[in-house]
Design a protein around this ligand. Structure first.
Ligand code: PMP
Length: 507
């Protein structure tokens, strides 16, 4: 099948409405739509797609007979309704990060990359903002809503067991992907921003007093600055900032100098979203632990580009967003060492996070549930699990090596453009090529590229302090993922040359 043909995934809503006797879809039309959808999904990508676990004829469930549902088997109904005491019995999945899938054909797994924009093929170079989703993630979401949808943990019926199993399997997949010691160390949240706010609240309540210090770096995204400013304002603590050199790398001697017995929290990004700098988080964690500080690593920009092992970093917490990891929006992760999570108070109160509620007293669940109040984003957590399974087919080592070559190629080509200044030239970089061009506003360049179907970010990237460190308010930021190619970079370079010549001619 020709996967460049954008019609391959059309669900044909017109046919759907026409076949319906009223403007409101009846049940048969819905079934037809579902069948069409699965048919289209299954035919896409041919042998490339994982078909195991997918229904063979649209609406019949693959799990309708002889299901193995660990949650249903483990469920212990108690006086208060349910118990998580058997959580440990969910299998922890240890995933090798060395899958041998062929990266050169990976692009075909992303249907949106066959879109045209302004009559030109879409070139998606805005991956630091969000990544595109592979078909296996899209179809996993459909499968969830067609066959598994239920609230989790709370009922003894089959759909609750299916959805709980799918959700807890996703937790185990995350655990394996980032090398956590157990699935109980994985808390599902909305994304990196919510994760850092959760941590800022639960850690500062217990660990921050007036006069204490919180240390971040000049590279941080606003999501790793503002929550700490709020904590400092509330608690009378001080925010300290480790500086960077002219390449955009942390000056480690200055960072070390800022650490002292008053430093209670160190919160650092692993990869800068504005410059692409890869920060030596392992070394920085070691130094922070020497003064007794807790270490949080913002992995929003690292998890999609390199293998991450939280136990090797030895950070106390690690946060990331699913949508930057080829998974849906609205789902993210906080990893925390279990021994620390269990000592921290909950943030939000409500259902799901309690063991027992009386009007004068409530007891809370252990981690991770005590941090997951209310109904979470179940389907998108399952989608995140599917994204991780997809990535494991290639392995993050292979992805990292491939992107490294792409980044080198892009850097070399960009530097040939007259008047172009690359912002962020650290030796160790990932995923990002920020630049400005003499005589052009960044929005102008972004707009011109968009006209040619090329999506990049032009702006402050929610990291104003680091851009100002380089005397700028804004850069153009193409950002890479493993589905990009040298041709994508060539398309970008071509437009930049055209811009340059237009300028010279005064057009
Ligand atoms: N930290 C970094 C380094 C980021 O790049 C981003 C997103 N641009 C965030 C935090 C915030 O992530 P989200 O918007 O998904 O919460």
């Amino acid at each position: 099948m020709n996967t460049n043909d954008p019609s391959f995934l059309k669900l044909n809503p017109e046919t759907f409405i026409q076949n319906s006797p009223s403007p409101f879809p009846d049940e048969r039309s819905l079934e037809k739509l579902a069948r069409e959808m699965f048919g289209a999904l299954q035919s896409f990508g041919g042998g490339n797609l994982p078909t195991s676990g997918l229904p063979t004829n649209g609406l019949s469930s693959p799990t309708s007979s002889q299901e193995t549902l660990p949650y249903l088997e483990d469920l212990k109904l108690t006086d208060t309704g349910f118990s998580y005491s058997n959580f440990q019995s969910f299998p922890n999945i240890n995933i090798p990060q060395s899958g041998g899938g062929n990266l050169t054909s990976a692009r075909r797994d992303f249907p949106i990359l066959t879109e045209t924009v302004n009559g030109k093929p879409l070139v998606w170079l805005d991956n630091a903002a969000t990544t595109q989703k592979p078909i296996s993630v899209i179809e996993r979401l459909s499968h969830f809503y067609l066959h598994e949808n239920s609230n989790i943990h709370r009922a003894a019926h089959t759909l609750a067991a299916r959805s709980t199993d799918a959700y807890e399997k996703a937790r185990s997949l995350v655990q394996g992907f980032i090398g956590a010691g157990s699935a109980e160390e994985i808390v599902f949240v909305r994304g990196t921003t919510e994760g850092i706010n959760l941590l800022a609240n639960i850690i500062s309540d217990k660990h921050i007093q007036s006069g204490d210090e919180i240390l971040i770096t000049h590279l941080e995204h606003h999501a790793n600055i503002v929550p700490w400013q709020m904590v400092c304002a509330k608690k009378g603590a001080k925010l300290k900032v480790a500086p960077v050199d002219d390449s955009g790398q942390i000056i480690l001697s200055e960072y070390e100098r800022l650490l002292n017995s008053k430093t209670k929290i160190v919160s650092i990004t692993q990869v800068s979203n504005a410059l692409g700098t890869v920060v030596p988080v392992e070394e920085m964690t070691r130094s922070a632990h020497k003064v007794g500080a807790l270490v949080i690593v913002d992995g929003a920009q690292s998890v999609s580009h390199m293998p991450v092992n939280v136990q090797e970093i030895d950070c106390d917490f690690f946060v990331f967003s699913g949508h930057k990891l080829f998974a849906p929006t609205g789902i993210g992760v906080v990893y925390g060492k279990k021994s620390i999570l269990d000592t921290l108070p909950p943030w939000q109160g409500g259902g799901n996070m309690i063991k027992d509620v009386q009007f004068d007293h409530t007891t809370f669940q252990e981690a991770p549930f005590r941090f997951e109040a209310g109904t979470g984003n179940i389907a998108d957590a399952v989608g995140l699990g599917a994204a991780i399974e997809y990535l494991n087919r290639f392995g993050m080592k292979q992805i990292s090596a491939f992107e490294h070559d792409l980044l080198e190629y892009g850097t070399k080509e960009l530097l040939k453009i007259p008047g172009l200044r690359l912002i962020g030239t650290a030796k160790d970089k990932a995923g990002v090529l920020s630049f400005v061009v003499d005589g052009f506003k960044t929005e102008e360049i972004g707009k011109r590229l968009a006209e040619e179907g090329i999506a990049v970010r032009a702006g402050h990237h929610c990291a104003q302090p680091i851009l100002r460190r380089f005397g700028l308010e804004s850069t153009v930021r193409p950002s890479l993922a493993f589905y990009n190619s040298c041709e994508d970079i060539d398309a970008l370079i071509r437009v930049l040359y055209q811009l340059g010549s237009r300028n010279k001619l005064g057009i």
